[in-house]
Design a binder for this molecule. Sequence first.
Ligand SMILES: *Cc1c(COP(=O)(O)O)cnc(C)c1O
Length: 374
Amino acid sequence: MHVLYLKCFECGKTYLDTRPRYRCDCGDPLDIVYNYNEIKRKISWTKLRKRKFGHWRYIEFYPIIKNKNIISLGEGATPLVKARRLCKKKPTLNNLYFKCEGENQTGSFKDRGTTVELSKALEFGAKKIVVASTGNMGASISAYSAAAGIKAKIYVPKGAPKEKLQQIKNYGAKVVNVDGTYKKAAELAYRDFKSGKAYLMGDYAYRGEGEKSIAYEIMDKINAKYIICPIGNGTLISGVWKGLKELKAVGLIKKLPILIGVQATGCSPVVTAYQKYKEIVPVKPRTIASAIACGDPSDGDKALVALFESKGHGVTVDDKDILAARREMAKNEGLDCEPSGAVAYAGLKKLKLPKNAIKVAVVTGHGLKDLKNV
Ligand SMILES: *Cc1c(COP(=O)(O)O)cnc(C)c1O
């Protein structure tokens, strides 16, 4: 057990990891603080690489206590596929790799967060789960709840693709359609939790801990100079950044890659704040990339800090760019993804990164999850 405590990302107040906490008393997100000296003493690449490749290879970096509570459906070990044809069209796309997260059990990287978050929920004795989701988190949590034998209720906002709703139902979870945006769905889920009806899951500290494994797996295989991620709630990109900083803290990498965060033009509160050097201003989302249509991102500040710390880039792409990117990836590289999955590549196309630098675009969700927006 390497967790020391939970710490507020804003005010710095600390809490022990003895019961589920979602936010600091001040209302801001919490971060989990580990004893990195202890982790450093215990692991090395040689030791890690004796274990099976995948999400759980890096168990020292997760906040789980007892192995018996771990629910795993084989997360991670997703392919890193080198772009072979796209780079011929554009030299700045040389040395581009796609981290294909659609290969996870429920078709998106959310499974990495869910395995940690749900295992932690079992640790805390959760019997029933509630969550708000634009679709993928709901599908993921439904699957893992089924595997754990507990009930799940998913609040889904307007605009979620029907494939994702069906996926949630297939796993036996209850779908509640919300006549409103993700923000409204999140409020309803929070209300159920507050009234004591269920254990709340979603973009909270434990999920981010699981999503760090994208960074571990990438750096385990390749010396990436740039990592490009879409930003919705910001949990993914801030998790990736934390994962990278941890690898450096325990001596597993020497140099931190540079992050590139990409949002849809019709929902870009984080990138706009980054570009203007201003606070995040919530917006009403307008984009076909439903998985990143988070107008008031819960981990927005963490995402913003990740971009600043890595001296990265913030890019916006419109729906046309996103659809073109999806088609290009499918037709040139054989990789079909949902619109949000193509956002990283669409953003990368707008930048002129050094030709020889290794770039990894995180392809967050599978093409079969949205068969309409192609
Ligand atoms: C959740 C999700 C995102 C956005 O991740 P955040 O953690 O909300 O920033 C991007 N793409 C897909 C496919 C997703 O499911």
